[in-house]
Design a binder for this molecule. Structure first.
Ligand SMILES: *Cc1c(COP(=O)(O)O)cnc(C)c1O
Length: 400
């Protein structure tokens, strides 16, 4: 049985070329980049190259706009905390209902402990932002808007360039969690008004435990982690040289494979989606099918549990993920699908298939072979499936 990995929005395999690029910095090239000797200088040169590679992927115009951090989570937290400190007299945050916990948990904490007012903007059935509500929430008290570039569960892409312009009209800073977008879709920060952007190495075939916050030149920034003067005083702590160098290589590879991601990978995703909907009734695609990441498919199989689907898929060597998270014994569907008003009977059975450039046609064939009997088996055991005729499905499939 050949395993099929379709959970690339959770994490990706570190590219072997990335590993190769990192290895010397664990061994001979162990110097501290801050040191005043040859050991340090050589590492310093490699770090400068890595910065350029990441800059190119982001289309960043200036040097020193990238601040390396431990993760996408740290970048999200840092951006929000910094804005609250630098935007004097402004104590409101605007975000969306479908953000990653790295943003939502942080803003909930700030609301509770610091009295910050948080506006959570809703989405429609396809996961698109409620623009009216966004416009209405912006005001003279808005310190920062934090809205993701692309959603990790459905792949829905947000119009961040436009949202940033609107934020600026209200004098607010604009941050985007672009962890899922970077490396998958073209990004050109020099042409946008985005002030801050978060990314994470392990979501683009780089190493885990490295992330970065892009901070536009001229945007004031207050560090979350204080200490030495690394990263120009914006993030203290000795640079994680192997990981930064690995992320640089990953950025270079992502840029080289961007075309492939847009066409071949999207083609695999579309073939899987269509094939599943043809073979399995009472299933539909969630998210904005006209505007989403090329690698993500979120398919809801009605009247069964996502966790059970995953268990059976796993037995056949297929890895994907479900929208629901098992919290405190009760199976709650994902906050993203709930925000989209996907009915519980469907949200519970939502499965996210997320591709990468490493997936093949054979992977799609395999999943199309395994899924129909898995779904059929679970539905045979489901009381909801048996009673489905008496339940009105008010939700209309978004897939055309
Ligand atoms: C994975 C992810 C994060 C967190 O990144 P880490 O580096 O794992 O902390 C944040 N936001 C989104 C949208 C993600 O998918």
């Amino acid at each position: 049985m050949i395993p099929v990995y379709l959970d690339n929005n959770a994490t990706t395999r570190t590219d072997p070329e990335v590993v190769q690029a990192m290895l010397p910095y664990f061994t001979e090239q162990f110097g501290n980049a801050s040191s005043m000797h040859a050991f340090g200088a050589e590492v310093g040169t490699a770090l400068a190259t890595a910065r350029k590679q990441l800059q190119a992927l982001l289309g960043a115009a200036f040097d020193h706009e990238i601040v390396y951090m431990s993760s996408g989570t740290e970048a999200d937290n840092s951006a929000i905390m910094s804005a609250l400190e630098t935007q004097v007299g402004r104590d409101e945050i605007i975000t969306s209902a479908v953000e990653h916990p790295a943003v939502l948990t942080m803003v909930a904490h700030l609301e509770k402990t610091r009295g910050v007012k948080v506006h959570i903007i809703g989405v429609d059935a396809r996961g698109r932002l409620d623009m009216e509500a966004y416009r209405a929430a912006l005001g003279p008290k808005t310190a920062i808007v934090s809205i993701m570039w692309a959603n990790n569960e459905t792949g829905t892409i947000f119009p961040v360039e436009l949202l940033a312009e609107m934020a600026h009209e209200a004098g607010a800073l604009f941050h985007t969690d672009a962890v899922q977008a970077v490396g998958k879709i073209p990004i050109n920060l020099a042409e946008s008004e985005i002030d801050m952007l978060s990314l994470s190495g392990h979501k683009l075939h780089g190493p885990k435990g490295i992330g970065a916050l892009y901070v536009r030149k001229g945007v004031r920034f207050r560090p979350l982690i204080r200490g030495g003067h690394q990263e120009r005083g914006r993030r203290a702590g000795t640079e994680n040289a192997p990981a930064i160098i690995g992320l640089g290589k990953a950025a270079e590879l992502a840029l080289a494979h961007m075309e492939d991601e847009q066409t071949r990978v999207a083609g695999l995703r579309d073939r899987l989606e269509k094939g599943l909907l043809q073979r399995i009734g009472n299933s539909f695609v969630t998210g904005d099918v006209d505007n989403r990441l090329p690698n993500t498919a979120n398919v809801a199989f009605e009247y069964i549990e996502g966790e059970a689907i995953l268990l059976l898929m796993n037995r056949d060597g297929i890895a994907a993920s479900s929208g629901s998270a098992c919290t405190s014994g009760s199976l709650e569907p994902s906050h993203v699908l709930r925000a989209m008003n996907v009915p519980y009977t469907a949200a519970h059975g939502a499965i996210r298939f997320s591709f990468s450039r490493e997936n093949t046609d054979a992977d799609v064939d395999r999943v199309l072979e395994v899924m129909p009997p898995v779904i059929e088996r679970l539905r045979e055991m489901s009381p909801f499936w048996r009673e489905r005729d008496v339940r009105v499905a008010e939700f209309k499939p978004t897939y055309a």
